[in-house]
Design a protein around this ligand. Sequence first.
Ligand code: LIP
Length: 282
Amino acid sequence: MFPLSDYLDAAVRAAHAGAAILQQHRTSPNDLVIDHKGRNDLVSQADRESEDVVIDMLRQATPHIGIIGEESGGARGAELTWYIDPLDGTTNYLHGVEHYAVSIGLVAHAGASDAMGNPLAVDTPILGVIYDPNREEMFTGMHGVGAWCNGHRIQAARIESLAEALIAIGIPMRDFSYIDPYFVALKEVLLHSRGVRRQGSAALDLAWVACGRVNAYWEQGIQSWDVAAGTVIAREAGAWVNDPYDPKASWPESGRVLAIPPALKDEFLGLIQPAMMPVFNR
Ligand code: LIP
């Protein structure tokens, strides 16, 4: 059994510290050193400095927990691992679009115990902290306990029909190998929903599902650290969150993710799977 509220405090403090660095650099964006990790995959001094601070603080507070960070790699722990995205929405950030966040998730590995002392059968995100410094919104979630925004309980919207649903999506921007089936699937989503939004931060898309601003979020081709924290927050708010192409997955570690109210899940899967399953679940 873990002292989850101590871990939550540590992650909240680290998220604030990382975000303070991001906001400092926002005042002098022209001085930022930007590197290209790959096509449309940018990293700046701001991402790196934010990650360094977050990692230092988490290491001090929780030296026994493994750490995997977007910029510095790292290693899984035996029982627990932090998944850190020090700046989720880097492209927005570098273009002056004020929609990005620090995301810190904690995953308990199979065999470890949850907050109630029950052994976990599969790897499970148990804690999530997502801080949006522009709106000053701190989203938190604890496995089996709940989800909050700035200390207020949040819940995914209770809607019964996809026709009423506003869907957050991510459009492929690095791997274009599945662009044709993707647009076949997206057409179905457009035809059966209230509309889509492409906002550029997976962490905030998941946090916004959790608080009901959007009703679902669907993306693939991203990373475990983009979704670890948001998975527990959106799940605790009542959403189904997983890899839409792998029914055996315990969380969307693959970077393929669907977050949606359970009542809408099967209908949504029926829209995207015919085109996408042959790509992702061969
Ligand atoms: C971003 C994701 C976003 C996705 C971008 C990118 P990053 O993460 O949050 O949803 O569409 O391609 O992966 O790279 O800014 O941390």
